[in-house]
Ligand binder design. Structure first.
Ligand code: NAP
Length: 324
């Protein structure tokens, strides 16, 4: 039987066609003022939703009384109030795995850009300020051989570790909840990556990368105490979620000289407000949340999210559901 599906973020045409072939579909993006009313109207009788980057909380769910399944086009599920979904018995699907390698590429790009000052020096050329050989004041910092500390050693954290350890000869320290048996799960990193307590990782790493999910445990996890533990001159990279980091403390660590540089793909408020000091800070490489934003990967995410939704509505077990 046809179900009512609300698409709340643009889907590629081929995936939209898969949905419309089977179900009654409304496309309405609540972030666009001209579509917000259509979104609210469609919520009232939606059986299912597919999209991302929009907060779905108890108040919104109260205006969607028929909703049974949400398919998120993301791996992170911090936009969804899980307790409210559980109370209503609503299934949540997401897109793990298909974005892992691309997001790890982005994180490694941020490490390279921050350490070698790539954007700053490319701008020197672009703006016609390259008029003599650059001097020591503009030299970068080697990446190869540096110790990389990875907070969150899941799919993306491990993919980042492979790039660092196998490609750049970097000793890797990692911190996560579950103990991982490298010999059986990641033999290629045996002897190259070491499980390290949180504080010790911050103290020993030259470069610290955050790849944790945003949760009640990780919100605001990195603040003044944590930046104070890091090595003077360390580099900090966040490719997970902005709210894991206390941005005022990050700015303080940059301004005091504690940190050499920061590479940030994510921010507490996105898009980054024009008056945020992080936007133009000389030591910050800021990206507009592009971790998974390649043609191939965004399409693969849409395919997986669409398949999840179709499977759930057909009464089958979707490929990727979130346990909560
Ligand atoms: P994942 O496979 O679930 O990995 C998350 C890791 O974090 C796991 O190793 C987990 O440990 C660990 N962890 C969770 N809570 C922790 C805590 N309180 N303390 C220490 N470790 C903790 O997820 P993933 O696919 O790698 O994605 C990670 C996150 O990256 C996502 O949640 C998302 O927010 C973000 N992300 C960002 C972008 C972007 O565009 N910038 C793109 C994709 C993903 P256990 O295994 O022991 O539970």
């Amino acid at each position: 039987m046809k179900k009512k599906v609300l698409v709340f973020r643009e889907l590629p045409p081929d995936q939209l066609a898969r949905l419309t072939a089977v179900h009654a579909v409304t496309v309405a993006n609540p972030r666009l003022p001209e579509q917000a009313a259509a979104f609210r109207a469609a919520l009232r009788d939606a059986d299912a939703m597919i999209g991302s980057s929009y907060a779905i909380d108890a108040a919104l769910l109260a205006s969607a009384p028929r909703l049974k399944v949400i398919s998120s086009i993301s791996v992170g599920v911090d936009n969804y109030e899980l307790r409210a979904l559980a109370a209503r018995g609503i299934m949540l699907c997401h897109t793990p795995g298909v974005l892992t390698e691309t997001t790890a590429d982005t994180l490694f790009s941020l490490i390279m850009a921050s350490s070698r000052r790539l954007i700053e020096l490319a701008n020197l050329v672009r703006e016609g300020r390259w008029q003599r050989n650059i001097g020591e004041d503009l030299f970068g910092w080697d990446v190869h051989g540096k110790t990389l500390g990875i907070l969150g050693f899941g799919r993306i954290g491990q993919a980042l570790a492979r790039r660092a350890a196998l490609g750049f000869g970097m000793p890797v320290l990692y911190h996560n909840l579950r103990t991982i048996d490298l010999a059986t799960e990641l033999p290629e990193l045996l002897g190259k990556a070491t499980h390290t307590p949180f504080d010790e990782l911050l103290q020993r790493a030259d470069i610290v990368a955050v790849v944790l999910p945003l949760s009640s445990e990780t919100r605001g996890l990195i603040g003044a105490r944590e930046f104070g533990l890091m090595k003077p001159g360390a580099i900090f990279v966040n490719g997970a979620r902005g709210a894991i980091v206390q941005e005022a403390a990050l700015l303080q660590a940059l301004d005091s000289g504690r940190l050499r540089a920061a590479g940030l793909d994510v921010f507490a408020t996105e898009p980054l407000p024009l008056d945020s000091p992080l936007r133009t800070h000389p030591k910050v490489t800021a990206l507009p949340h592009i971790g998974s934003a390649t043609i191939e990967t965004r399409h693969a995410m849409a395919v997986l999210a669409t398949s999840n939704l179709l499977q759930a509505l057909a009464g089958e077990r979707p490929a990727a559901t979130v346990d909560f």
